[in-house]
Design a protein around this ligand. Structure first.
Ligand SMILES: Cc1cc2nc3c(=O)[nH]c(=O)nc-3n(C[C@H](O)[C@H](O)[C@H](O)COP(=O)(O)OP(=O)(O)OC[C@H]3O[C@@H](n4cnc5c(N)ncnc54)[C@H](O)[C@@H]3O)c2cc1C
Length: 415
């Protein structure tokens, strides 16, 4: 096969998938360089995958069919109404629309673990390895550490997320653009819901709730816990930029790093804007399990330069409204592998060119769709109080403007 050595910078979803693909293509040595010193299991947040996208990735061998996940079937859009009206008296708000929702939810770490378990034995993970720079030319590439040590490879793959150092070498002009709003995120053991008026029973297990308010929305669903059989509540609260947030560079505030004042500001905002049940769901979140992420867009005009390649969030950041980020990362790795299998031979150039062509276009479509969804659902949202089922259905259809579907592209359509 191709032989040679491949470094993958970043060992998250995209990195694990690309490492497996490179090993299966016949690379002699595949090294994953991951900055995080410890195991990544603690990144316990929710990710959804569309049932069809999941099945395609299983058929293609990227995911195990028995990957532990939580079934969702319906997305109920609600908004705050006059007290008690249309909410059965349980404080859930007025129902705007019940939308079919053929998705499963995942715990990030469970998905990552399943991916890692499928990685060929030849893949070597080096935790605590931060890459500070990369470079190269048509014949080879290198990674550099903080002490200046350079290591040569035949190919360097950047799967190092939204602040990618590999992207800085491939596309120095491209960087994340702030979308103008943030998402607060939280998760916790769903047994805590029993403490709410109405308890856990007021919120069906298979429901993704979308709670709309003027200027934003909260998306809430359950995900599998790390321990088999356990379930967590997971929520994403799209909200205006807090006045304390510094936006002079891409930044997020990690779980446990928000101050008491910042957290109580968010909770008070939730109480003012949301039906009481959902404000209560948010208020139950332990401070150490609440974090904040500004929402970004990023699309790159090309994904390769010499023997450097970028994939996953290093190459495209799609607003979370489209629930396609993990699928997109896996599809990037799939396209890379398929191009290698299709083209054969020992040269990396045709493979890199084919990957670049296929995935750059797909990424642009997804970013466009994410922007459209963000405008329609957050920054230019309708007057929710005037919406009903048929109006919501028509409004939703108007948002699906690009070739990318909600939840991501069909596998193989673009790659
Ligand atoms: C609020 C929110 C909700 C989301 N919801 C969904 C959803 O429902 N469905 C979905 O599919 N996707 C969702 N996503 C997106 C999804 O999480 C990502 O798109 C996906 O995980 C792909 O990530 P990645 O592997 O490319 O990058 P990341 O997960 O960001 O990983 C990058 C890795 O690189 C490492 N790294 C960074 N720099 C260096 C360096 N210099 N040297 C070494 N290592 C480095 C990091 O430590 C990290 O492990 C959501 C995202 C957000 C923000």
């Amino acid at each position: 096969m191709r032989g040679g050595s491949v470094a993958v910078v970043g060992g998250s979803i995209a990195g694990s998938a690309f490492a497996g693909a490179a090993a299966r293509l016949g690379a002699e040595r595949v090294v994953v360089l991951e900055r995080s010193p410890a195991r990544l299991e603690d990144r316990g947040l929710g990710i959804c995958t569309h049932d069809d996208r999941f099945a395609e990735l299983v058929d293609a061998g990227h995911l195990a069919p028995d990957t532990r996940r939580h079934r969702l079937t319906v997305r109920r859009w609600v908004t705050r109404g006059p007290a008690g009206e249309g909410d059965g008296g349980n404080g859930r708000g007025r129902l705007l629309w019940a939308q079919p929702f053929p998705f499963h939810s995942h715990h990030w770490a469970v998905l990552w673990q399943a991916l890692r378990e499928r990685a060929p034995a030849a893949v070597e993970y080096r935790m605590g390895s931060t890459v500070t720079a990369v470079g190269g030319d048509r014949d080879g590439a290198w990674t550099e550490r903080a002490d200046g040590t350079r290591t040569p490879y035949d190919l360097v793959i950047g799967a190092d997320g939204y602040r990618s150092v590999v992207r800085a070498a491939v596309c120095p002009q491209a960087g994340p653009e702030y979308a103008g709003y943030v998402c607060w995120r939280g998760s916790y053991d769903s047994a805590l819901l029993d403490g709410l008026p109405g308890g856990a029973a007021a919120w069906p297990e298979d429901e993704c709730a979308t709670v709309c308010y003027p200027g934003g929305q909260v998306v809430l669903y359950r995900i599998p816990g790390l321990a088999p059989g356990s379930t967590l509540v997971n929520w994403v609260f799209y909200a205006p930029t807090p006045d304390w947030l510094r936006l002079d560079g891409p930044t997020a505030v990690a779980a446990g790093a928000l101050t008491g004042e910042q957290l109580s500001g968010m909770r008070e905002f939730a109480e003012r804007q949301l039906p009481p049940y959902w404000a209560g769901v948010i208020a139950l979140t332990p401070p150490e399990r609440t974090l904040l992420q500004p929402v970004y867009d990023l699309a790159v005009p090309h994904r390769t330069a010499g023997r450097l390649l970028i994939g996953g969030d290093a190459a495209t950041i799609v607003r979370p409204h489209n629930t396609s980020g993990a699928v997109k990362a896996l599809q990037d790795a799939h396209a890379f592998e398929q191009a290698g299998l299709r083209l054969g031979g020992d040269s990396w150039e045709p493979l890199l060119a084919a990957y670049d062509r296929e995935r750059t276009a797909a990424g642009l479509e997804l970013v466009d769709l994410g922007r459209t969804l963000g405008r329609a659902q957050v920054t230019a949202a309708p007057d929710w109080s005037a919406m009903d089922g048929p109006a919501m259905d028509a409004w939703w259809r108007r948002q699906l403007t690009t070739g990318a579907g909600f939840g991501g592209h069909t596998l193989g359509r673009t790659g």
